[in-house]
Design a protein around this ligand. Structure first.
Ligand code: 5GP
Ligand code: ZN
Length: 134
């Protein structure tokens, strides 16, 4: 997509620190890392949401996530990670080209777990949600 910074990174039109890629996806260092090694994995084609990915793209993405985690364990000597996607405006997505964050975690990094992101359960019984989703 024209004017999408991550499309430009995928086409190598602008510089980024590319780590690994495959036919469908590409990974590179986040320009403003939350911790050393913070990496983004994107589909090469412009897709806004993770749910828009083809199965091949999803597989390509998770293949990179898996192998990068292994590399980070070895090379950065980390044993913990926070993994995730800000998917949609309300989640805090700032770049509308889907990207998966790999955030290596370090002793004393001050960060919290995914459970600290939001707490808004509204008291809806699990049974009701289950009926909608099943
Ligand atoms: P979001 O909040 O949309 O999940 O995260 C966007 C991420 O993209 C941020 O962590 C930000 O630092 C990163 N980012 C934004 N622009 C660039 C860029 O031009 N190059 C790289 N490598 N990362 C970027
Ligand atoms: Zn794009």
């Amino acid at each position: 997509m024209k004017d999408c910074i991550f499309c430009k990174i995928a086409k190598k039109e602008i510089k980024s620190y590319i780590l690994k890629e495959n036919k469908f996806c590409l990974s590179f260092l986040d320009i403003n890392p939350l911790t050393p090694g913070h990496t983004l994995v994107i589909p090469k084609k412009h897709k806004e949401s993770f749910s828009d990915l083809t199965l091949q793209e999803a597989k390509g993405l998770f293949s990179l996530v898996k192998s990068l985690m292994k590399r980070m364990r070895e090379k950065l000597k980390v044993g913990s990670f926070t993994l995730g996607v800000n998917d949609g405006d309300l989640s805090g997505q700032t770049i509308q080209h889907m990207h998966f964050h790999i955030i290596p975690r370090y002793p004393g990094d001050g960060g919290k777990s995914i459970h600290s992101i939001v707490k808004f359960p509204l008291g809806e019984p699990l049974e009701e949600i289950y009926k909608k989703l099943k």
